[in-house]
Design a protein around this ligand. Structure first.
Ligand code: ADP
Ligand code: ZN
Length: 723
């Protein structure tokens, strides 16, 4: 027997299977989809068995050394899913399989994460006569007769020595079972009766059997999560399983809690903040069919569930559903692909769908479902726009009088406040007030951000850090001033203004420790703080009923980014953060501070008018021939040699313009992030409606550079960001 093995090298040149002989002792256990160790050149590598055949064209085959796992890692569906991913992203097949698996299962190295075991005790004879036993021995036997099996550690509470004695006598037996690392208890809660609007949506989805994609456009607080849970429960009753994708980390704690309080332990969680061990355990639970519901971030879309009844993507507009390195896939595409295979509904939910998704819904590619009102007749928050050009006359530089007044009012009433500033650090940059010099990252094309608590200047692209300077490196005057406001500074200013108020900050810097993020959310929910301030981390999905005021310190931070989606991203962020206000019984308010009060992204936010924004933005996209009117593929060339990068992108441009007759090419241009970590980036954007030559042409480009170590070429077929 011969096994075709895909080895772990991610080089495009070896992205194919190699034949190995299956030795006699492995013949019975070796199956397609398991991991094996094989000799490769002078090394031993891991690989996946993709196929078993009776013979090979080659002679002198080497033998498989050993099987790594007892269980199949890639089932039939994942095997074909990997091939699909490769075909749409042009990434290597091995990278497509690796992205589907927790690190502990990736064919990568031979150091494997240990499975944890715990000891379980049971009776050798369940009907044993208890009368000869006394005291703790009798108690132990009684407990086991009631419960069947018990953890050894639990019996230690009665008497560890009695357990030992009974084990010795053969009255008790001990065995080892796998222990899963992530355990948590939650209280089950009664569910809400659905509102009429919610019920209509649920009925529509459940009335159709088979694959169908839906776009659930529901305003913030309309009870989308409740709808998801109802659909999942209906599927459970049919014996079917579900996947729920949530944006990375920020949403997970609250949403997981809601699902756990409805479905108990029948929920597995997969997101990047879990330890590798926890991820491995959750994955095994899923693969063994012990769990019916999986909640997780992007890569949870690959959860090895069989018999899927519903796939849900919450906050579908979230950019992190697209992976920014190879394989550059979109979780929504994968969801649709799996939905077809499992013949089930795929539900994309958002208050602010991407233009692409909403356009598809308008064309009938997705069925549109609407939740236009908040539950329980709660109203959407009132939004006040403050023009920062006038506000500079006010008493405080960062807070307009309007915002300050409303903050004071809420503090008096013991209500909660959310403040958004989408920029972390203390000051955006340091600049010399004498000569104008700005301190930049030595490795990147960006100014360094000042962080006061560590007294450092840090690069938010490459992580470079250095001590803060007071003397200008150019004119040698002691005249460095910090310019621009970050969350760290905002916190300091707030504490000066409101010295007795409890304030908490949530951004990348305050949430780097595991669990810190959950703790801030939990503490704020319990009322330990009155003000939560933070970056866009606080904008999405969080549900704090006591928040009645949301303040946006500077609504313009995203508008100046040179990306054609900057207006859309701004509208989404503002509408989402506004949606955190007034979710409980008391109505909410929002104050948006901006230098661009007339910008349409801001105007439509004020009236909660998604459709108005959509129509205006679509006109612009049509005029400029952007997505969703054209597909847009992004090619980047990266090299530490600037001249070489430019040379190669020009070569690629010539090849593309020769081969792609139906496309519009933008570029080549230096990328918006031109230099990061001493690497230079150039790019071309290909715009097309239909281009049969696209994949073959780009495949050739990738092949051409496959073994070039000086330049790296990347292709993204549906990039969310073009800078
Ligand atoms: P969305 O995800 O659309 O922003 P949520 O599902 O978070 O909305 O619901 C908003 C709030 O309303 C939550 O606190 C939720 O518990 C509550 N809620 C949802 N549906 C109902 C209902 N039918 N009756 C009462 N409260 C509800
Ligand atoms: Zn840098």
């Amino acid at each position: 027997m011969v096994a075709q093995v895909l080895v772990e090298l991610t080089n495009k040149k070896v992205d194919k299977t190699f034949d190995y002989l299956v030795p006699e002792n492995l013949k019975d256990t070796l199956r397609v989809g398991v991991r094996v160790l094989v000799p490769f050149g002078r090394n031993t590598l891991e690989g996946f068995v993709l196929n078993l055949t009776s013979s090979s064209e080659r002679e002198d085959l080497k033998e498989i050394l050993e099987i790594v796992d007892q269980e199949i890692v890639l089932n039939d569906e994942l095997l074909s899913l990997g091939k699909y991913l490769k075909s749409v992203t042009l990434a290597t097949l091995i990278s497509c399989y690796q992205v589907m698996l927790p690190k502990a299962l990736r064919a990568k190295n031979t150091h494997h994460l240990a499975v944890k075991y715990q000891k379980v005790i049971s009776l050798a004879d369940k009907d044993i006569d208890i009368s000869p036993f006394k005291g703790s021995q009798a108690e132990i036997i009684k407990r086991l007769q009631e419960k069947g099996e018990v953890l050894k550690s639990e019996l230690a509470d009665i008497s560890a020595s009695s357990v030992k004695t009974l084990l010795k006598k053969g009255i008790l037996v001990e065995k080892e079972v796998e222990e899963y690392r992530l355990q948590s208890e939650v209280e089950l809660k009664e569910k809400y009766p659905l509102t009429e609007e919610q019920q209509i949506v649920v009925d529509k989805v459940l009335s159709y059997e088979g694959f169908k994609p839906y776009l659930l456009h529901g305003v913030t607080g309309s009870g989308k999560t409740e709808v998801y849970m109802e659909i999942i429960e209906a599927m459970l009753k049919k014996g079917k399983k579900s996947i729920v994708l949530v944006p990375e980390i920020s949403l997970t704690p609250q949403i997981v809690k809601r699902f756990r309080s409805r479905f108990g332990k029948n929920v597995a969680i997969l997101h990047s903040r879990l330890s590798e061990g926890e991820k491995y355990d959750e994955w095994r639970k899923i693969a063994r069919g012990e769990i019916d519901i999986v909640i997780g971030a992007r890569s949870a879309i690959f959860a090895p569930l069989t018999n899927i009844g519903a796939i849900i993507i919450d906050e579908e507009h979230t950019a992190s559903y697209h992976q920014e390195n190879n394989p550059r896939y979109d979780a929504i595409d994968v969801a649709l692909y799996r939905g077809k295979i499992h013949n089930c509904p795929v539900i994309l939910g958002s208050a602010t769908p991407t233009l692409e998704s909403y356009a598809r819904a308008q064309k009938g590619v997705y069925q549109l479902l609407n939740l236009p009102h908040r539950v329980q007749e709660r109203s959407l928050p009132t939004i006040t726009i403050v023009d920062l050009k006038d506000a500079h006359k006010s008493s405080n530089f960062y807070f307009s009088d309007v915002l300050l007044e409303k903050i004071k009012d809420r503090l008096d009433k013991d209500e909660q406040i959310l403040l958004l500033l989408n920029r972390r650090g203390y000051a955006s940059f340091l600049s010399c007030s004498n000569c104008g010099e700005v301190i930049k990252c030595p490795h990147c094309d960006i100014s360094l951000t000042y962080h006061k608590s560590s007294n450092t200047l840090r690069c938010h692209y490459c992580g470079y850090g250095t001590k803060k300077v007071n003397v200008c490196p150019t004119c040698h005057q002691e005249s460095m001033k910090s310019i621009g406001l970050g969350t760290e500074r905002l916190e300091e200013e707030l504490k000066k203004l409101f010295p007795t108020t409890s304030i908490v900050r949530m951004d990348y810097d305050t949430t780097s420790r595991k669990g810190s993020h959950e703790k801030i959310i939990e503490d704020f929910a319990q009322g330990k703080y009155q003000i939560l301030l933070g970056t866009q981390m606080i904008a999405k999905g969080l549900d704090f009923p006591k928040v009645t005021l949301v303040g946006v310190i500077n609504a313009d931070t995203g508008l100046n980014i040179p990306d054609f989606r900057s207006s859309e991203n701004t509208f989404q962020l503002l509408d989402q953060v506004a949606g955190r206000s007034g979710r409980g019984e008391k109505p909410g308010e929002v104050v948006l501070q901006t230098f661009n009060p007339d910008h349409y992204a801001i105007r439509y936010t004020k009236t909660h008018d998604y459709l108005g924004f959509y129509q205006e933005e679509m006109k612009i996209r049509k005029m400029l021939k952007y997505s969703p009117f054209y597909y847009m593929t992004l090619i980047k060339v990266a090299s530490s040699d600037e001249g070489l990068a430019l040379n190669e992108i020009q070569k690629i441009y010539r090849s593309l313009s020769r081969n792609l007759k139906e496309s519009i090419l933008l570029g080549p241009t230096p990328s918006g992030l031109f230099r990061v970590n001493n690497t230079f980036y150039y790019q071309i954007i290909i715009k097309y409606k239909k281009e049969d030559n696209l994949y073959p042409t780009l495949e050739k480009v990738l092949d051409y550079y496959a073994s070039n170590s000086k330049v790296r070429v990347t292709i993204d077929f549906n990039a969310r960001s073009f800078i």
